[in-house]
Design a protein around this ligand. Structure first.
Ligand SMILES: Cc1cc2nc3c(=O)[nH]c(=O)nc-3n(C[C@H](O)[C@H](O)[C@H](O)COP(=O)(O)O)c2cc1C
Length: 176
């Protein structure tokens, strides 16, 4: 089944901000994403080699993972459009930005959190490259976390990607 990934759904979706060698910032949504290690803090994203984000990440060895809320759904969809050197997707999507502390690409302050990352490793599998990155600085909007530092899921309602332009919002939280 070529489209097996459509049944591995719904998936957490992040907005990755990058900056290319010419200093142009870009944004794109990614749902092939996962934490990898607590210590050191590592995460992975799987990026198609035909994406502008891919080239920027490989050139600059840094990027920012921004975790969006339900209210950003339209912006996520615009961020998924093809790279256009003439028009910034960040502007087209109406995304606000702020400078990062340690990396070139901007953070998206409307998001729940922004994770500044350095690339540790990259390995090609099929038509994607798994990028392992170290989280070197975390920005969190505390209003989205409870006293234990856990995500207020029913407030954030993270958009979960199903496929194409379909997202799921299946939220009820229960303590085990
Ligand atoms: C919700 C969503 C999730 C996506 N997840 C991924 C992903 O995990 N990996 C990937 O390579 N592309 C993914 N894409 C596709 C890219 O976002 C899309 O190709 C985008 O145009 C890349 O932009 P860029 O060329 O500016 O980097 C996803 C698209 C959407 C809408």
């Amino acid at each position: 089944m070529e489209e097996f990934w459509k049944v591995l759904a719904p998936r957490i979706t992040v907005l990755v901000t990058t900056m290319d060698a010419k200093g142009r910032a870009d944004v794109a949504p990614f749902s092939f994403v996962s934490p990898v290690s607590f210590n050191p803090p590592l995460l992975m994203i799987s990026v198609g080699t035909n994406k502008h984000s891919y080239w920027s990440i490989m050139q600059k060895k840094e990027f920012v993972v921004n975790i969006p809320t339900e209210s950003m759904l339209e912006k996520i969809w615009v961020a998924g459009e093809k790279w256009d050197p003439e028009v910034s997707k960040i502007e087209r999507a109406g995304l606000k930005t702020a400078p990062s502390e340690k990396v070139g690409p901007p953070i998206l302050p409307e998001c729940v959190a922004s994770l500044e990352c350095y690339v540790e490793d990259a390995k090609k599998y099929g038509d994607h490259v798994i990028i392992i990155a170290r989280v070197i600085k975390t920005h969190v909007n505390e209003e989205f976390l409870d006293e234990e530092g856990r995500l207020k899921v029913d407030l954030v309602r993270p958009p979960l990607h199903v496929a194409d332009n379909l997202f799921a919002f299946p939220y009820v939280t229960k303590e085990a």
